[in-house]
Design a protein around this ligand. Sequence first.
Ligand SMILES: NC(=O)c1ccc[n+]([C@@H]2O[C@H](COP(=O)([O-])OP(=O)(O)OC[C@H]3O[C@@H](n4cnc5c(N)ncnc54)[C@H](O)[C@@H]3O)[C@@H](O)[C@H]2O)c1
Length: 403
Amino acid sequence: MTQNSVKRMIQQYRCPIIVFAKKSINSRYFGLGSNCLLKLPYYKTINFVTLSNISSNMTRENVREKVALIGSGNWGTVISKIIGNNVMRYKEFHQEVKMWVFEEKVGGRNLTELINEKHENVKYLPGFPIPENVKALPDLSEVVRDATVLVFCIPHQFVPKTCDQLKGKINPKAKAISLVKGFETDETGIRPMSHAISESLNIPVCSLSGANIANEIAEEHFSETTIGYNNLEEGELFKKLFETKYFRVGIIDDVVGVQLCGALKNVIAIGAGFVDGLKLGENAKAAIIRIGFFEMKQFMKKFYGGIKDETFFESCGIADVIATCYGGRNRKVAEKFVTTGKSFDQLEEELLNGQKLQGTLTVKEIHRVLSSKGINDEFKLFTTIYRIAFEGLPPKSIVENID
Ligand SMILES: NC(=O)c1ccc[n+]([C@@H]2O[C@H](COP(=O)([O-])OP(=O)(O)OC[C@H]3O[C@@H](n4cnc5c(N)ncnc54)[C@H](O)[C@@H]3O)[C@@H](O)[C@H]2O)c1
């Protein structure tokens, strides 16, 4: 290596450290050493590494992924803990994570200030520490500036507006992953969140979904999740960003399948909640889960070709259906819907402390699509759940209207 090429390397990487080279642990320092250094006196000697290591370390340094987390609700906050710790573990990532917080007042103070001061999201995940390298910010543009990895974790109804705000502000080479459970609909069918984000921002988008009840993962209880990837390299990078000992990541090349399972299982969970409210027991609930799982699969295959059968047996599939039908917020609120007679909007307000109930929105969206295609009869359970939730059909129809 010539003196000029060393100079170029130093300038390119803006690094003040190029020193000696050694061929291997056992050989003596040679070559480049003192001659270069004498002529580059302002560069300090701090380390002994091989030139190939210097160059590859610097290249990695130069392309370190900067992670922006868009969202800070219950799940978003758990994710901030996971990725905040993981960016410290791997050289592929820059060590700070910027987290967008939809600003609100808590006890008269801004939530962002409280998070940055206490390193805890006192509203959406009280009692669990957030790593200090996670910085909460209310300004979306500032969060995504220079970011190369965007992690979307907001309720799906807020995705379109958030993407509009991001247009023209993101790094064109950025890639994203959507943890959002939900999709958009129109008369012609459904649009997965990954497509909505990708089309709006013109970047590739992977998906992550699984049997992941946020508070259990905050407690570091074991769980699995699934990442759907477009290309293996991205899948592996995201696995690195998310996997921990207690949060095991599987990857599969089915971006759409992974996220649609995550959206549709909320509908089944509402059906399971009705059964719980009616106290019909575990056999009836298992039947609703089985039929719901079948309709979920039919629905996805009808609207999207290319969804893999294997996806339904990953964490994002059957495992998430089970977890949500036993533990999730949609099940809980649907049970109360039956036992109190209150509306879902009222129960969301009373029971969830700002968290969003996505299942009821998804129930409406599915019904809209099925009605516009005139195929409600092919999805009797989904249709019955809609009619109980929004058209006053008695809850016991859940087991009367299905084949
Ligand atoms: N909580 C879980 O157990 C869990 C697990 C897996 C996936 N998810 C999914 O993750 C996504 C995020 O859910 P969560 O649990 O982090 O959120 P959440 O329901 O706990 O909180 C709602 C969030 O929305 C924000 N918000 C309110 N109004 C907004 C607006 N106008 N624009 C943007 N944001 C606004 C709130 O500040 C808050 O951060 C959802 O799609 C959810 O289905 C949740």
